[in-house]
Design a protein around this ligand. Structure first.
Ligand code: NDP
Length: 249
């Protein structure tokens, strides 16, 4: 299937080595987008690129740690050097090493802030000058239902990072509309990915696995991202919340 408004769009995706990012890369590429993918696990990125190109799609991969601004800049530069423009960035990289505050996992708090907030901001910083020059673009940031409701006990810092993503994206939207740049927040509920394994506490991983029995496949989020992208240029989908039907939180 080819959707004309997705075909030929140049789409940069961070965290494309697994989960939502990988699924989104496959779906958009199948619809004719030129995807440019980054994450730390280059072997996984290479495998996704290989599969997409074997099916006749366009994909390019980079080893990108979003906590390193230069690497995010290199990812975006790689996209513009190859394709001459960037239509969309999906700032998707994220981690969720949850634990109670009293466990004082300060290193994990730092990492969540570095990846979920600062990494996303580096993505914004890298594409903004390009999109402003183009007078068009679309910045899609992955938040969470945890950005609406505090996820406690355990997910307090994670929730704080995702609330920050929502605030940043809404503020960015107000600032860049004059440049014809669209901004979209995607806030998923439980999605079956590797995210639940990022807690360093076995008991929490076990609870999450139980909670995630209702989780929906990553493709459901990829379809929402594709829907936001394929809207006519004058239509901006600002925020989408997608949960499993059975999920209360
Ligand atoms: P995954 O763990 O499958 O994917 C996370 C991705 O982030 C991986 O590709 C990982 O790649 C990447 N990543 C982590 N750290 C870095 C880093 N320092 N630099 C670059 N990339 C990094 O989980 P999901 O697909 O579920 O997560 C994607 C997004 O969706 C996250 O922002 C998450 O918070 C959000 N989300 C997920 C929900 C869920 O239930 N699954 C619910 C709500 C939101 P690598 O390790 O190779 O670098």
């Amino acid at each position: 299937m080819r959707t004309s408004s997705i075909a030929d769009k140049v789409v940069v995706i961070t965290g494309a080595s697994s989960g939502l990012g990988e699924s989104t890369a496959r779906l958009l590429a199948a619809n004719g987008a030129k995807v440019v993918l980054g994450a730390r696990r280059k072997d996984r990125i290479d495998a996704v690129v290989k599969e997409i190109t074997a099916k006749g799609g366009s994909a390019l991969g980079f080893k990108t740690d979003v906590t390193k601004r230069v690497e995010v800049e290199a990812l975006v530069k790689g996209a513009t050097e190859k394709h001459g423009r960037i239509d969309v960035i999906v700032n998707n990289s994220g981690i969720m090493p949850i634990a109670p505050m009293a466990a004082l996992k300060v290193d994990e708090w730092d990492r969540m802030i570095d990846v979920n907030i600062k990494g996303l901001l580096y993505g914004v910083a890298a594409v903004l000058p390009v999109m402003q020059k183009q007078k068009q673009g679309h910045i899609i940031n992955i938040a969470s239902v945890a950005g609406f409701k505090v996820f406690a006990p355990g997910g307090v810092v994670y929730s704080a990072t995702k609330s920050a993503v929502r605030a940043l994206t809404e503020g960015l939207r107000m600032e860049v509309k004059a440049d014809n740049i669209r901004c979209t927040i995607i806030s998923p509920g439980a999605v079956a990915t590797e995210l639940t394994e990022s807690s360093s506490e076995e008991a929490i991983r076990k609870n999450l696995r139980e909670f995630y029995k209702i989780a929906i496949p990553p493709d459901s989020i990829a379809r929402a991202i594709a829907y936001a992208i394929e809207q006519p240029a004058e239509v901006e989908i600002d925020e989408v919340v997608i949960r499993p039907t059975a999920q209360e939180y």
